[in-house]
Structures are given as structure tokens and as C-alpha cells.
Design a protein around this ligand. Structure first.
Ligand code: SF4
Ligand code: SF4
Length: 173
């Protein structure tokens, strides 16, 4: 028992001497940023659809989706971000990059917010705003749906489909 009390610290000292200094002098020297290091995210407005999938998965609610009359805003608040990268894994448009940025101190909270603003398309039938224009644009590129169907809201689409079925099978819907 006595031998262990002496041997254990000696073993630690030997390891420490072999390893050398591992702490960094940051902020007086450069920080240690490894390959796997995750910092704040960056959203590419040109790729983002405004779908809100990232908002749903964000654990600390650092992302928000704000619906306004004719626009949808994706708001990123760096002050709440835990740099987990789940939003980047989820984004269907590959619009999110996890950067290595971590020096985020600011004197104004507004400086920690970033917005991506989307125009909302209006339904060609009822005129109701229903989906971000960027999402419709890319969905139309990916799937062979006609502009006639893509530009109408789900309610009007349902009614139109029901009417088409009714005409086909002779019922009046
Ligand atoms: S496209 Fe990506 S970044 Fe834009 S709202 Fe959807 S999940 Fe978020
Ligand atoms: S990295 Fe994590 S915490 Fe930060 S915005 Fe994305 S999902 Fe939210």
C-alpha cells in the first residue's frame, strides 16, 4: 500500500515529463484547432430553401423560423449555438457549413444574429402565400412536376385533384 502511494505519483511524473507541455497559451498564442473542431455554422442564402428542417433539429433553439406576411426568415443566433452540427447533417439543400469560427464575443446581442430572408410564393389560384420561392424553384428542378401544380397551395391542389377525379368517374365533387 505504502509502495503504491509513492509509485503512482512517480508514474504520473514520468508520463508528464515524456509528454511535455500540452496546454496552449491561447489567447496569447494561437489556439489548437483540430480537424474535427466544430465552430459556428454558416448558412448559404443562395442554397437555403427556407424549409425550416434545421430549426426542428436544433437542440438549444439557436435557429428559428419567422413567418411574416410575404417572407420567411431563418434566424441563426450564435449566442445559443452549441456547435453540434445537427442542422448541417439535416439540411436537405446542403446550405449549412460548420465553420471553425469560435471567437464570438460581442457587446451587442444583435451582432450574434444572422438572418436568411426568403420571399414566399403566392398560390396561383387563391393568392394565399404558401411556400418559400427558393424551395419551389429547387423542388421543380428535382421532380418532374408541372409549374401549374407547383405554383398552387396544398388546399387548392387537393381541390383540383378531387375535381379531376370527380370528372373522371362522373361524380360531382
Ligand atoms: S434549406 Fe437548410 S438551412 Fe435552409 S431552412 Fe432548410 S434546413 Fe435550414
Ligand atoms: S450547430 Fe447545433 S446548436 Fe448550432 S445551430 Fe446547428 S443544430 Fe443548432
Amino acid at each position: 500500500m505504502q509502495v503504491n502511494r509513492i509509485a503512482a505519483p512517480l508514474k504520473l511524473l514520468t508520463i508528464a515529463f515524456k509528454t511535455g507541455r500540452v496546454t496552449k497559451k491561447y489567447p496569447f498564442g494561437p489556439p489548437l484547432i483540430t480537424e474535427a473542431f466544430r465552430g459556428a455554422i454558416s448558412i448559404d442564402p443562395a442554397k437555403c430553401w427556407g424549409c425550416g428542417a434545421c430549426v426542428l433539429v436544433c437542440p438549444p433553439n439557436a435557429l428559428d423560423i419567422i413567418f411574416e406576411k410575404e417572407k420567411i426568415v431563418i434566424e441563426y443566433f450564435k449566442g445559443r449555438c452549441i456547435f453540434c452540427g445537427m442542422c448541417a447533417d439535416t439540411c436537405p439543400a446542403n446550405a449549412i457549413t460548420v465553420t471553425k469560427e469560435f471567437e464570438l464575443a460581442a457587446t451587442n446581442l444583435e451582432d450574434l444574429k444572422e438572418d436568411v430572408v426568403h420571399r414566399v410564393s403566392k398560390c396561383a389560384v387563391c393568392g394565399k402565400p404558401f411556400a418559400p420561392a427558393a424551395e419551389l424553384r429547387d423542388v421543380m428542378k428535382m421532380h418532374p412536376i408541372t409549374e401549374e401544380y407547383a405554383n398552387i397551395c396544398p388546399d387548392c391542389r387537393r381541390k383540383r385533384t378531387a375535381r379531376a377525379f370527380g370528372m373522371r368517374f362522373g361524380a360531382s365533387i
